[in-house]
Write a protein that binds this ligand. Structure first.
Ligand code: BDR
Ligand code: CA
Length: 309
């Protein structure tokens, strides 16, 4: 089984990513680390604990808090998209019995990678602050981790928080820059180029049947879908973070190219923009696998099957 650490800013779609990862039974989940992003660190940690309790996940899965703010910038929450509580209000009356354990996410990542050299996959579905802190403290992590899969960025379309930037990159571009330039042998970018092609709609929710989990998905994605509709004219919502988990489960879901990607950190208009050198004009060595297409029906077949299991 693939050993994973999932790093989240839970968030409606992070929560669905957690559910997919845990319920798939395909992973040895070493831990779930939390970060500031869609909501505060405290909220993202509480939401992570709630969702794990809600699906009856193994009580032994550690939840570890990480960075409460980006490396250099102010926080930038997304309550308009994810709701006041970050889960679209779906678990408002649910209280978690589990709690985060003591410790700091970057240290936890380092410990796990040191304990299982060459075996750990890091799946990052929030701003990259925790990973940037981990590699700054322990640069060897770059060569001891098996792979890093992150949801973030966009290279063939427009952004979703500014005209050019995707949210996770926009929140902490300095962290993303450190990660992009660190020299990870296996780094995969799951950006809006592909996540905008995995759109959850009523028909998928209907396939989940008449269960508590189906109700949860319906309620938690309701506002999120409305916001997507207002912006894009399609009554659906993009499963950004679950797709990053899906890629860890089944890499063949996506078509990738190994390319050099950098990120803008010093522009009034373009901070957080990910720039992909498709024609190698900069002459730099490719630094990541960029997802450029996805088999959306296959992803949804997997997503629905796992949630129904
Ligand atoms: C990303 O930003 C967040 O709002 C989502 O949780 C996802 O990780 C999409 O741009
Ligand atoms: Ca997220």
């Amino acid at each position: 089984m693939k050993k994973i650490v999932l790093d989240v800013d839970t968030g409606v779609d992070d929560a669905l990513g957690i559910i997919l990862a845990v319920k798939s039974g395909m992973f040895d989940v070493l831990g779930i680390t939390t970060v500031n992003g869609n909501v505060s660190l405290a909220k993202s940690t509480e939401n992570t604990c709630k969702i794990l309790d809600f699906i009856g996940a193994d009580a032994g899965i550690p939840v570890v808090r990480g960075a409460s703010q980006p490396l250099l910038r102010h926080v930038y929450f997304e309550h308009r998209i994810h709701g006041e509580d970050g889960l679209g209000g779906a678990l408002r009356d649910f209280s978690a019995s589990r709690q985060a354990q003591d410790g700091f996410a970057p240290d936890f990542m380092i410990e796990q990678v040191k304990s299982h050299p060459g075996e750990v996959t890091l799946i990052m579905t929030g701003p990259l602050t925790n990973l940037a802190l981990a590699i700054s403290k322990y640069p060897e992590l770059v060569h001891q981790v098996k792979e890093v899969i992150f949801m973030g960025g966009v290279v063939t379309q427009y952004g979703n928080v500014t005209p050019t930037a995707e949210y996770n990159m926009y929140v902490d571009p300095e962290a993303a820059k450190l990660v992009f330039h660190a020299g990870f042998p296996e780094l995969t970018m799951v950006g809006l180029d592909v996540t905008r092609k995995v759109l959850l709609d009523e028909s998928h929710i209907a396939e989940l049947g008449d269960t508590e989990l189906a109700d949860y998905v319906r309620v938690s994605t309701s506002e999120y879908t409305q916001r997507y509709f207002e912006r894009n004219g399609v009554r659906a919502c993009a499963l950004h973070d679950p797709l990053a988990v899906g890629v860890a489960m089944s890499p063949e879901l996506v078509t990738t190219r190994k390319l050099f990607v950098d990120i803008e950190t010093r522009s009034e208009l373009c901070d957080g923009q990910t720039i992909c050198d498709f024609q190698n004009r900069l002459g730099k060595k490719p630094n990541m696998h960029v997802c450029l297409d996805v088999d959306a029906p296959a992803f949804f077949e997997q997503f629905v099957r796992v949630l129904n299991s």
